[in-house]
Design a protein around this ligand. Structure first.
Ligand code: GDP
Ligand code: MN
Length: 403
């Protein structure tokens, strides 16, 4: 599960990680007042207006903008809120911005990258750092992998002080920066473990210009990203509440409500399958016959007629779908349930694309009888005897539709 920057920032604050002052707003009036408040409380000379969306790369898309007055803050806030934000990580049509974070402007001396991730191959957490922060870290990882510092953290011992110092020195930190940076690494590890995170990323972590109180500058997190492990969310009702349904794909959200595992893909053959393994092999066999699946959809072992009907609604609601392949191996799921759902879906939403159905297993005779009886009402229905035949039929239906 992903959360917004301002929510991740709140968790940073709870764990003592230093961040600039900030206020979350929903409209230009609030943005203007937020600037005035920061001016009054934190004596800022500038602020950063930051779009709160889950996608990264906001800076590149005009979703992070420096302003120098309350009026300018208001104007820029109005601009960002008025249109979808398009970044390298969003769809081409962009995402709607509902909230902004107005953050105290920081005089940056240098930008760094600091992250914690689960390293499955090495069975631990890995601290990842780079003195080349702020930029596209994926590009650095690809083109200059030696610029990434990696430190494996032992799962039961945790980050050791010498490791934090080693990373701080490798980043080029000097004086008080070493202690400040090391402390942030420890706090980051505590937060990661306490919240069952799967990724925490600070890009950039910055060193600010020197002041009287901080002759070596301050080390601050000016961006905050946290992903949580979905399978551990049951332990964190407070974190679960941070989910933002407006950021989710609506079809994937509906699917989850009905207990369906659904992931939209780029192809045009809608798939309705039971069991993740069968769903994977169905996708493989579609590809083997030259087709492209439009989705991964596992209705699960004990799917109800209602859930399967919803699955059809989701598949047929996707305008890219030009044919549907139903592939059910009735074990716990019963073929007649699926047949009834097909008939219900035909009555309700109607099949205007070819529908190839392969059923096998529990109650298959009853299912075939139901479908035979309904055939006259569902002219697009095309039963297949086995998976290979089903894949051939559905891909050739697409081929025929294309010419
Ligand atoms: P992202 O593009 O979505 O990762 O958003 P960030 O929060 O990382 O902001 C993008 C960039 O804006 C950062 O890499 C910084 O260079 C810049 N930035 C953000 N906050 C400040 C600030 O307070 N002062 C200055 N000078 N630049 C900032
Ligand atoms: Mn960033």
């Amino acid at each position: 599960m992903k959360i917004h920057e301002y929510q991740a920032r709140d968790l940073f604050v709870k764990h003592g990680i230093p961040v600039p002052d900030a206020i979350v707003v929903r409209n230009p009036d609030e943005a203007q007042r937020a600037y005035q408040k920061l001016e009054h409380d934190s004596h800022i000379e500038s602020a950063v207006v930051k779009a709160q969306v889950h996608a990264g790369g906001r800076g590149k898309g005009g979703g992070v903008r420096l302003v120098r007055s309350a009026e300018e803050c208001r104007k820029v806030a109005a601009e960002i809120l008025s249109r979808p934000l398009i970044t390298p990580q969003t769809d081409p049509e962009g995402v709607k911005v509902h909230r902004l974070m107005i953050a105290a402007g920081v005089k940056i001396t240098k930008e760094y990258y600091l992250a914690l991730a689960v390293d499955r191959a090495r069975h631990g957490l890995t601290l990842i750092a780079s003195a080349e922060g702020g930029m596209d870290i994926e590009t650095i990882a690809r083109e200059k992998p030696d610029k990434l510092i990696r430190e494996l953290i032992h799962p039961s011992v945790g980050l050791r002080p010498f490791q934090a110092r080693k990373v701080a020195y490798a980043l080029g930190f000097t004086g008080q920066q070493v202690r400040a940076g090391g402390k942030i690494m420890h706090q980051l590890c505590d937060l990661f473990i306490a919240s069952d995170a799967s990724l925490i990323e600070i890009n950039p972590l910055v060193v600010t210009g020197p002041t009287q109180d901080y002759p070596d500058g301050r080390v601050l997190a000016i961006d905050a990203k946290i992903d949580f492990d979905d399978n551990a969310l049951f332990r964190h009702p407070d974190l679960t509440e941070l989910a933002d349904p407006t950021e989710e794909d609506p079809a994937e959200r509906r699917a989850r409500q009905y207990g369906l595992s659904y992931i939209a893909l780029d192809g045009n053959i809608g798939c309705l399958v039971n069991g993740a393994g069968l769903a994977m092999s169905t996708m493989d066999i579609i590809k083997h016959h030259g087709g492209e699946p439009a989705n991964f959809l596992d209705v699960g072992g004990s799917a109800s007629e209602e859930a399967v009907t919803e699955a059809f609604r989701i598949i047929l609601g996707d305008e890219h779908v030009k044919a549907v392949l139903v592939n059910i191996f009735g074990g716990i799921a019963r073929c007649d349930t699926i047949a009834r759902a097909i008939i219900a879906a035909a009555g309700e939403v109607g099949f205007n694309v070819p529908l190839v159905v392969r059923l096998e297993g529990t109650n298959v005779e009853e299912a075939r009888r139901l479908l035979d009886a309904a055939q006259a009402d569902i002219p697009m229905l095309d039963p297949a005897r086995d998976l290979a035949e089903a894949a051939k039929k559905v891909t050739s239906a697409i081929g025929a539709a294309a010419v």
